[in-house]
Design a protein around this ligand. Sequence first.
Ligand code: FES
Length: 144
Amino acid sequence: MALSRRNFLNGFLGIFSLGGLAAVFGPVIQYLSPVKQNGDTVSSVVAAKVNELTPNSGKIFKFGSKPGILIMTPDGENRAFTAVCTHLGCTVQYSSEDQDIWCACHNGHYDLNGNVISGPPPRALEQYKCFVKGNEIIVQKENT
Ligand code: FES
């Protein structure tokens, strides 16, 4: 009987010891682990509701950790791009006045296909697939 009580206490203390070790080393291991970049692994998002945009307007949406831009062209077609300017990374916006995509940081302009019209941006904006599913506009990276 005394032996089984001893075994019980040893087991009980062992469990508490393991718990204590986990409490001490768990956060240390978590701290040392690389951070997961959830935003970079996102391949599609809901960018807007179907009736949210009117022709000749745009909307910035969150694509993982980065901004995307959804535009409805003056002809009523939805198009989506990364909203990260290819020059120095500012967030672009839709200019309904110029009917193009504009970066306010250094006056960069992109056409409605994402190609550079003027200003310092060195290359086009990455374009995303864009389709309607139910009441939502889904934006998806081209290579997925
Ligand atoms: S960051 Fe967009 S034009 Fe410079």
